[in-house]
Design a protein around this ligand. Structure first.
Ligand code: FES
Length: 147
């Protein structure tokens, strides 16, 4: 079977799906190649992510990745959410097919974009290098041959 049970579960029954009103941080990212778009919303209290939601216009793996990512960052300090890697999301999903790994990168980038938005809105100083994922902006792969 191409997809793990966890991927199928999070795809057919996504957690934290939907728009969040009055979010403290919103991150939207897209993959230029496939055209998929992911948006993640955060509610933050005392530096803790008390709630997270997502909207994803994309493939099943992107939906499963965003569902899992929001589950993984809920209840965590912002600083921990920033460390969330696409590999951790893939592991939590019991794997993704190799050609679908880039879909999980969207989740990592959307979480980071939402944290950055939270920092910007609240005038919190940060090192911009924290938000450099090292992923290629063309294909969003960790190691690609685009450039
Ligand atoms: Fe575009 Fe999965 S194919 S995110």
């Amino acid at each position: 079977m191409l997809y793990s049970e966890k991927v199928m579960d999070h795809f057919t029954n996504p957690r934290n799906l939907g728009k969040m009103e009055n979010a403290d941080g919103v991150g939207e990212v897209g993959n230029a190649k496939c055209g998929d778009i992911m948006k993640i919303y955060l509610k933050v209290e005392n530096d803790i992510i008390v709630d997270a939601k997502f909207n994803t216009f994309g493939c099943g793996s992107a939906i499963a990745s965003s569902s899992m990512a929001t589950e993984m960052i809920k209840g965590k300090p912002i600083s921990e959410a920033l460390q969330l890697s696409n590999q951790a999301v893939v592991e939590a999903l019991d794997g993704l097919p190799p050609q679908k790994l880039h879909c999980s990168v969207l989740a990592e980038e959307a979480v980071q974009a939402a944290v950055k938005d939270y920092y910007d809105k609240n005038g919190i100083a940060y090192d911009p290098d924290m938000f450099k994922t090292g992923h290629c902006h063309e294909c969003h792969e960790g190691q690609c041959s685009c450039d």
